[in-house]
Ligand binder design. Structure first.
Ligand SMILES: [Zn+2]
Ligand SMILES: [Zn+2]
Ligand SMILES: [Zn+2]
Length: 163
């Protein structure tokens, strides 16, 4: 196996191997793209970037690779309500630290938000504690997404009204 492309994050090989998976070029390439972007990319976006570097990798392979990485918890899959799943490297896999999302329903902009107030943390802890007791459910993580209009879209609306 040619080893020259094995330049991804060093923990990846261990993780895949530990789960009985081989360290393949598509897995390496998809992880490379996700490690290098602050964006929330769709499978097609990822395919486009992977394909530019490795034309032999097809869209189906990218879909399958993403499914595997999501199942392994290395990558997180989001639904921002526009019908296209988006992917982000999990915090414990070297991605951005734990954060929540503000999603503009007009332009699709996604803002990462991690400057939590003490009160928010308290509220979350109380909520999680209550839920896990009520449903005897062990909570390991949560996703929080707020939907609305971003600043740019609000400004554009205002300008349109003035006309
Ligand atoms: Zn949170
Ligand atoms: Zn917007
Ligand atoms: Zn994010």
């Amino acid at each position: 196996m040619p080893r020259r492309w094995m330049a991804g994050p060093p923990w990846l090989y261990e993780r895949l191997h530990g789960c009985g998976y081989r360290y393949t070029l598509p897995r390496e390439a998809v992880l490379q793209v996700l490690t290098q972007t602050p964006e929330h990319l769709s499978a097609e976006d990822i395919y486009f970037l992977v394909h530019a570097r490795y034309p032999q990798i097809g869209l189906t392979t990218v879909y399958r690779t993403l499914d595997l990485l999501v199942r392994m918890g290395i990558v997180v899959k989001f639904d921002f309500g526009d019908g296209r799943a988006r992917f982000e490297l999990a915090a414990h896999s070297g991605g951005k630290s734990h954060h929540h999302h503000l999603i503009c329903t007009l332009c699709g902009r996604v803002i990462d938000y991690s400057d939590f107030l003490e009160k928010e943390k308290e509220l979350l802890q109380t909520t999680q504690k209550g839920l896990s007791e009520k449903y005897n459910f062990e909570i390991t993580d949560h996703l929080i997404q707020f939907y609305g209009k971003c600043q740019q879209c609000k400004n554009a609306e205002k300008q349109a009204e003035r006309r």
